[in-house]
Each structure stands twice: as C-alpha cells, then as structure tokens.
Write a protein that binds this ligand. Structure first.
Ligand SMILES: Nc1nc2c(ncn2[C@@H]2O[C@H](COP(=O)(O)OP(=O)(O)OP(=O)(O)O)[C@@H](O)[C@H]2O)c(=O)[nH]1
Ligand SMILES: [Mg+2]
Length: 549
C-alpha cells in the first residue's frame, strides 16, 4: 500500500497524545513500510526537485485493464469449489522470475533500485512511494443489490487506487454463489493470486468488497505474510484521510477509520508471544480487550469533539439561515462536476479535478442571477457505490447541510457509461439521509462530452425536472438558473402583505429571494403578492395581518 495508506489507515486522534495508544494503529503487517534503498528514502523526504522523478510513472488506466470472464463456481461457503479464473498479465513474468541466475543478480538488483526510484510520485502535494497493487473482485451470482457489473466496479476500484497513489499492475475476479467465510474467495483462486502477486512484485492486494477481520488475516497469511490485504472501504477512508483539509473533516475521517477498525482488531498479541517465548496463552485475549476498550474510549472522545464542532457549525448555519436567501445543495456521484458548476456560477475557487473525492468539505457561495435574484449554492462531498453506512454516518454532520436546503440539485455526469447506475447509487445514499421531502432538480452535466448531444437534450426535455448543461463551458447555465427559480417556487409560500413605506429594505429583499407576482401602491404602504421562502414568510406575519385588516 502506498506509504500514506500504510501510515494513515488510522490517523491517531488529535485529542489524545500518542503514548495513550497502546494498540497498534493497524494490524502490524499492514504497517509494513516499503523500504526503498536508503539513498532513495532520503530523496523521498527531499524537496520539490524530486517532483520531476514522479513524472512518467505508469499508472494503469482503467481503460487499459481488460477482464476476461471466469466460469461460475458454486461454493459451499468454505472454499470448496472455486473458479481458476483470470489473472491479468502474470504467466510471463512468473516464468521469467524463476529463470534469474546468480550472475545476473547484481544487474537485476540495480534495475530494481532504478525501478524504485521511478516509483516516487506526487500526491496531494506530498511525495509518496507508489506501491504496486493487485485488485480482486467477486461477482455475486445471487446479489441483485449490486449496481455495477464486476468489471465496471473493478475499473472504479482502479481509479480509487490511483487516487490513493497506488499503481494497479493486475486484477482478477471470480464468480461465486456465496463468498467463502474464511478467505472470501475460494482456495484455488487464493493460490492463483499468490503466484501472480509474487511474480509481479505486488505489495498490496485490494478487494472490491468489505472483508471481515478473519478474512483479512487469513488472506494475508495465505499470500505469504509480506503482502498487505485491504478492502474498498479502507481505500476510500485512506483517500478521505489524505484529502481532509479542515478540523471537522479530519475528525470525521478519524472516527470512520476507528469504527472500521474496531471489529477488525485482532491478533495484536503477537508481540507479547514473542517477548515471552510463546508462553502467554490467554494474554492476547486480554490485550485485545484492552485495545478495544481504548479504541472505544477514543471513539467516544472523538464523537464529543465532533458534537462541539457541529454545534459551532449549527450556530453559523443559523446565522446564515436568518438571511432569507434560499440554500440550494449540489449532490451527486463523485467526479460528476459539482465543484466545476459551483466555480462556474460563483467564481469560487474550489478544487475541481479529474480525481475521485476531490471535495470533502462543503463550500457555500452566493449566486446572483441576471434578474437580480439570489440563492446560496453549497458544494458537498461526492457519493460512490458500495459506500458503507459507517462512512455515510461519519459524514452526517457535513451532510446536514443537505438536509436543511430548500432544493437539492442532483448533478449527473451524463457522458459516463454508467450514468444510470450512478444515479441509482446517489438515490440510495440520499434515502439514508432523510431528505425525501426536499424538492429535487436533476442536472445532466458534461453534455459537451457526449457523442449525441441532440438526442440527450431531446431525452431531457421529455422528462420533468431535468436540465442539460456543461459546467465546464457554461452551456445551459441560464436554463439551469431559471429551473432553479421555478423549483424554489415549489418550496415557497404565497403571501400578501402590506409593507409600510419606511420598510423599503423588506421590499427589496422580497424581490431578491421571492417571486413577486404583483405590487400596488396604497396610501398606507406597498401591497405585495408574492411567493417567498417559508422562513421569510414568518418574518412577514405581522405585515400580512396588517394587509388583512
Ligand atoms: N468535459 C467536461 N468536463 C467536466 C464538466 N464538468 C466537470 N468536468 C470535469 O470533470 C472532472 C470532475 O469535476 P469536479 O467538479 O471536480 O467533480 P465533483 O463532482 O466536484 O467531484 P468530487 O469532488 O470528487 O465529488 C474535472 O476534471 C472537471 O474539469 C463538463 O461540463 N464537461
Ligand atoms: Mg468536488
């Protein structure tokens, strides 16, 4: 795993000093640091001059990976019966490796060192050692809940690995009726992967599904002990960890990582066994209980800390809500173009790049439309398929922004071949967030990228609540703003109020945030008939009564 992934599987709590952590931050063999030659290690911490070295490192593009279809194998859940499936690009390198003679060893060692030198890569401003990763998926024959096919899901996993700074050098998958309880995949497949990863010099094996503590341990053992095994969730958490820029995001990620780690805390007692020559039966059990207790305490402390950060945020949000400008939240699959849209509409400078999970923290900016109307636009963290509920729960505080908005804009990358599945994945996450009562608008983004823009537009016109745009070129943004205004009207209430002449500022606010249908000037003030946001309507209550009287 990348150095950063090794080190950051659990970020130590910022609340407790390190010595309090008696439990290892992760399973000991997961923390194996890649030890490049000393000279390289020194380089690794050197200045930006090393950056150039990172250029040209070959990351396998998802499009370069091909997956052949293995046969379906019924298993009894204990690994009896598995597919001798597909292992990409392995056989050759395996036979080559076996043939290395002593005379060529020095040359090979030199080549290895040069190879290592090329594997330093710049990620999020840090230079990290790019570990070789091998990815493994399972096609569940009886699981209709899977939105993506196994090959598509593995392509996405490759992108995630690339985002985390890993180099995917091979992949395989197996069709199973039910996963093996000990090793997730069958024993034949385990053996096949073992020979593949040794031939390719792989450091990390990443599974596309969540693995249990036992499965992680058994697989690491089966692969020979010097290869780290992790799953999609750990990889996503690591990306979050690398990207967390604010105190709140860091706390949320740490909490999610600890909660992920808690049920996986096992076999921490090997150091005790070694110390006393293996005569400590039972001590391991105790140690693990102690470790779990400490971890639980830390989780509790973190939750409290998050709660206080949350209160602060709430106060800030309440202040914002007291200004009656409606809040519109951008939600959607990661990489759909949410931040690009925010930047385009508001001139904000939110990081938008072709990487998964570029955004973690919400950003809110004011959008001023050509007709003088205003709304606040919030950019949020992107969603992904197979996003574990624990991760969603950890980000609940951030996602609260969504639940208090007047309108949700679901941004879709319509040029993506799996756009439909991505829409479904986002809907699933939203259904966990209790936002069903908030009106929605769907935006088909990246129309500039599709080969058939006219038919996409025709298709969008047939549907209610869909607007086609290109956030990058700005195409369709006027229609988008009009659609937002129309949708916001749905969440507004109808008021008729008599505004005294001396309260002229109220009148201009109604024009900014509401939809004015009629104004009449009377001798007592201005009679106004308009749709306004609910909160604002409450403010107007005395004036509404005035109007009635
Ligand atoms: N061609 C094209 N590319 C776009 C468009 N909108 C966004 N992109 C590109 O898509 C990539 C992702 O854009 P972001 O705005 O970072 O996406 P996001 O939804 O904020 O992603 P996360 O923060 O990871 O959830 C970037 O490389 C953008 O330049 C568009 O309309 N057309
Ligand atoms: Mg973003």
């Amino acid at each position: 795993m990348s150095a950063s992934l090794c080190c950051s599987l659990i970020r130590s709590s910022p609340l407790l000093p390190e010595p309090y952590l008696s439990w290892p931050l992760a399973k000991p063999n997961r923390h194996r640091q890649i030890q490049p030659p000393l000279t390289l290690r020194n380089h690794a911490h050197a200045s930006a001059t090393v950056v150039a070295r990172a250029v040209g490192v070959g990351v396998v593009s998802p499009d370069d990976l091909s997956f052949q279809e293995p046969p379906v194998i019924e298993t009894d859940g204990e690994g009896n019966g598995e597919a001798q499936g597909v292992v990409d690009g392995v056989a050759e390198s395996e036979s080559e490796d076996k043939g290395v003679r002593p005379a060529t060893r020095y040359k090979k060692k030199k080549e290895d060192e040069d190879g290592l030198e090329n594997r330093f890569k710049l990620r999020n401003g840090k230079e990290i050692f790019e570990e070789k990763a091998y990815i493994v998926g399972v096609e569940h024959k009886r699981n209709s809940a899977d939105l993506f096919g196994v090959e598509e899901s593995l392509k996405e996993l490759t992108q995630l690995a690339d985002t985390a700074g890993l180099m995917v050098v091979g992949s395989t998958y197996q069709k199973l009726v039910s996963p093996n309880s000990r090793t997730y995949i069958g024993s034949g497949k385990v053996a096949e992967i073992k020979s593949a990863i040794h031939a390719l010099g792989v450091e990390t094996v990443i599974f596309d599904d969540e693995l249990s503590a036992g499965q992680l341990r058994n697989l690491e053992k089966a692969f020979g002990g010097d290869v780290r095994v992790c799953d999609r969730t750990a990889l996503i958490l690591d990306i979050f960890n690398q990207r967390a820029a604010t105190h709140e995001a860091a706390l949320q990620v740490t909490l999610a990582q600890m909660e992920y780690q808690l049920p996986r805390l096992t076999k921490m007692w090997t150091h005790l066994e070694r110390q006393s020559g293996g005569q400590v039966k039972g001590m391991g059990e105790k140690q693990i209980e102690v470790d779990k207790r400490i971890l639980r305490t830390q989780i509790g402390v973190l939750k409290k800390e998050l709660e206080s950060v949350r209160k602060h945020r709430k106060q800030y949000r309440n202040q914002r809500l007291s200004v009656p400008v409606p809040v519109v939240s951008l939600v959607g699959y990661t990489n759909a173009g949410k931040s690009t849209l925010l930047n385009q509409l508001t001139g904000a400078n939110v990081l938008a790049e072709d990487q998964l999970f570029a955004t973690l923290d919400p950003t809110t900016r004011r959008v001023q439309m050509k007709n003088g109307k205003e709304f606040l636009l919030t950019d949020t963290v992107g969603f992904i398929q197979k996003l574990p509920t624990t991760v969603v729960a950890a980000f609940r505080a951030t996602l609260e922004e969504i639940s208090e908005s007047a309108l949700l804009v679901h941004v879709v990358d319509i040029s993506h071949p799996l756009a439909e599945q991505q829409i479904e994945a986002v809907d699933r996450v939203l259904s966990e967030l209790d936002v069903s009562s908030i009106p929605r608008l769907m935006v088909w983004n990246k129309v500039d990228k599709v080969s058939n823009p006219d038919s996409i537009r025709t298709e969008a016109e047939k549907r209610d609540d869909v607007v086609c745009i290109s956030a990058l070129s700005g195409q369709g943004l006027n229609d988008f703003c009009s659609a937002i205004q129309e949708k916001l009207k749905d969440s507004m209430v109808w008021v008729e109020a008599l505004i005294p002449f001396e309260k002229g500022e109220l009148l201009s606010t109604i024009h900014k945030v509401g939809m004015v249908e009629r104004t009449e000037y009377t001798e007592h003030g201005t009679l106004i008939k308009a749709h306004v946001p609910l909160r604002f309507a409450r403010l107007l209550t005395p004036l509404r009564q005035l109007c009635i009287s």
